[in-house]
Design a protein around this ligand. Structure first.
Ligand code: R5P
Length: 296
C-alpha cells in the first residue's frame, strides 16, 4: 500500500497514516500564476495499491481536478490499484435533472473518476445513497459509503445529550436521524423542506415535535450556507427545546454559515474532519483506516 494525501486532506492523511502505522506521502503542490494546479507525486508506485486521500471542498472544481490529476499520474507510474478516499464528494447533490437541460453532475464526476482509473471510491454520508448506487452500476468503480453520524452522535452523548431528540432537516436524510437515535435513544423525526428549484430558496415546515423541555440535535450530511440548519434550529427553539445541537459530516460553511446557525439559537455545532474546520471535533480517520485494511 502507498498512501498519498492531496492538497485538500493533508491533516486527515496524517491521521489515517497513524492508524495504519504507515507513512503518508503528501503530493507536491503549487499554483501557477493563472490558477492552474501543479501536482507531483512521490515514486516508485509500480505495482502498488495506491490510496489517495483528497476531499473536494473548498473550491470543488479545483479540488476535483487535483484528484483527477493525482489518480491519472499514479496510474501512469504503474499503480496496480487505485483507491480514492473522497470524504466529501462534491457535485453529489445534482444527482438528477430537476429542470430540463441541467447537467447531471454526479454522473460527470463519476465519468472523470473512471477515466482517471480509480478502482475503489470511499465516501462519507453521500447526499443520496440510492443515486450513488445507481451511478456505481453505470461505472467501473466500487463505491464504499461510510458514515460519520455514529461518531458525531457519540460526541454529543459525551456532552450530556444522551436522550436528545434526533432530527434530519428533510425526509431524504431521515436515515441520519435514525442512526443517531439508535445511540442517543431519544427518538427521531424530520422536517419537511421545500426548495424552489429556480431560486434555490428553501422553506422548512416545522411540524409538532415533542421537544418541550428536551434537548434536540439536527443531523445533516452537509451544511453549506447554514440556511437549512438555521431554520431548523429556530423551529425547535420556538417549540420549546431547551438546547439545540447542530451536526454535520461535511462542514462547507460558506458565507457566514456558523453565525447564521448560532444567531438562530443553536447551542452547539460540531462536524467531522471530512472538511477541516474549527468545528471538526470528530475524526473519521479510524473508519477510513479500517476500510482501507479491508481493501488491501
Ligand atoms: C440538501 O439536501 C443537503 O442535505 C443539505 O441540507 C443542504 O445542502 C444544506 O444547505 P444549506 O446549508 O445551504 O442550507
Amino acid at each position: 500500500m502507498f498512501l498519498i494525501s492531496g492538497p485538500a486532506s493533508r491533516e486527515l492523511g496524517e491521521r489515517v497514516a497513524k492508524f495504519l502505522g504507515v507513512n503518508v506521502h503528501p503530493v507536491e503542490h503549487r499554483f501557477f500564476p493563472d490558477g492552474e494546479s501543479y501536482i507531483r507525486v512521490n515514486l516508485p508506485l509500480q505495482d502498488k495499491h495506491v490510496i489517495i486521500i483528497q476531499t473536494t471542498t473548498p473550491n470543488p472544481d479545483q479540488k476535483l481536478m487535483q484528484l483527477f490529476m493525482i489518480a491519472k499520474t499514479v496510474k501512469d507510474y504503474g499503480a496496480k490499484k487505485i483507491t480514492a478516499v473522497v470524504p466529501y464528494l462534491s457535485y453529489s447533490r445534482q444527482d438528477k435533472r430537476f429542470l430540463e437541460g441541467e447537467a447531471l453532475t454526479l454522473d460527470v464526476v463519476f465519468n472523470l473518476l473512471d477515466a482517471s482509473n480509480v478502482d475503489n471510491l470511499i465516501v462519507f454520508d453521500s447526499h443520496n445513497p440510492d443515486s450513488l448506487k445507481t451511478i456505481e452500476e453505470k461505472h467501473n468503480i466500487n463505491v464504499y459509503e461510510l458514515s460519520a453520524i455514529p461518531l458525531l452522535a457519540k460526541y454529543f452523548e459525551s456532552k450530556s445529550y444522551q436522550g436528545a431528540f434526533s432530527l434530519s432537516p428533510d425526509k431524504g436524510a431521515i436515515r441520519l436521524a435514525k442512526i443517531a437515535s439508535d445511540l442517543l435513544k431519544g427518538g427521531y423525526g424530520y422536517f419537511e423542506k421545500v426548495r424552489d428549484r429556480k431560486t434555490g430558496q428553501i422553506t422548512m415546515i416545522v411540524k409538532d415535535f415533542d421537544v418541550i423541555g428536551k434537548k434536540a440535535i439536527v443531523f445533516d450530511d452537509i451544511i453549506s450556507t447554514g440556511g437549512t440548519m438555521a431554520q431548523a434550529v429556530a423551529g425547535l427553539k420556538s417549540q420549546g427545546a431547551t438546547k439545540v445541537g447542530v451536526s454535520c459530516t461535511h462542514a462547507l460553511f460558506m458565507s457566514g454559515a456558523e453565525e447564521r446557525i448560532m444567531n438562530a439559537g443553536a447551542d452547539y455545532i460540531i462536524a467531522s474532519d471530512s472538511v477541516e474546520t474549527a468545528y471538526s471535533k470528530v475524526t473519521i480517520a479510524e473508519s477510513i483506516a479500517q476500510k482501507i485494511l479491508e481493501l488491501v
